[in-house]
Design a protein around this ligand. Structure first.
Ligand code: ZN
Length: 201
């Protein structure tokens, strides 16, 4: 399923002072932060609101994971008929966890401030989820930097320097998002919530 990704945040991600829900809100509700082009057929100005669905957003709130339900708007192209979800850059496609949630868990892991067990407990995730995030992160870091430069750039340094320009550039270059799981793998619902995942992205 295809999606439209607006990017409005270009500063360093660890400098963002607003919540992921506020970030989401800022990029939702209109196509004004996108090029307005249908990702399927490249037609211009042919997208109109179609339907919406709810999905989970797990973000850090005062040092604890907080789960919210958010509404994702879909748009349909009047030229080719395809529908696309408008997915804020605060989110990771097919994951309930916000991008910053995952990055902060990884930063804690790479800095070895705590045991793996403690990091996972605080985030409310399983150890296997952490290791899946880690391998995706390392793979995408190497994609973005190139293998040699990636070897010379530590994970904490790379995380520290991540900004919205990287997120947008990554998406434009590789046609999938940073930390987006490959096609054909199942989404990860937040643990501790009912197994209902109404959203597709
Ligand atoms: Zn189209």
């Amino acid at each position: 399923m295809s999606m439209i990704r607006p990017f409005t945040v270009f500063c360093k991600l660890n400098r963002i002072s607003f919540s992921d829900r506020q970030w989401f809100k800022q990029e939702t509700g209109s196509l004004s932060h996108t090029d307005g082009v249908c990702p399927a057929c490249r037609a211009k100005a042919c997208l109109s609101p179609f339907a919406s669905y709810t999905r989970y957003l797990v973000e850090w709130a005062g040092g604890n994971p907080a789960t919210h339900e958010i509404t994702v708007q879909r748009y349909q192209c009047s030229s080719c008929g395809h529908t696309h979800a408008l997915l804020s850059s605060a989110l990771v496609p097919y994951s309930s966890y916000s991008l910053r949630f995952i990055l902060m868990v990884l930063q804690a892991y790479f800095l070895h401030r705590d045991s793996v067990q403690a990091v996972c407990e605080r985030a409310g995730i399983s150890v296997s989820t952490l290791y899946r995030w880690k391998s995706l992160f390392l793979a995408h870091k190497a994609l973005w930097l190139g293998v040699l430069e990636s070897l010379e750039t530590s994970a904490p340094a790379f995380l520290d320097g991540m900004d919205g320009i990287l997120l947008r550039g990554f998406c434009l270059k590789f046609l999938f998002s940073f930390l987006q799981r490959p096609r054909g793998t199942s989404p990860d619902p937040p643990s501790g919530t009912p197994g209902r995942t109404s959203g597709l992205t």
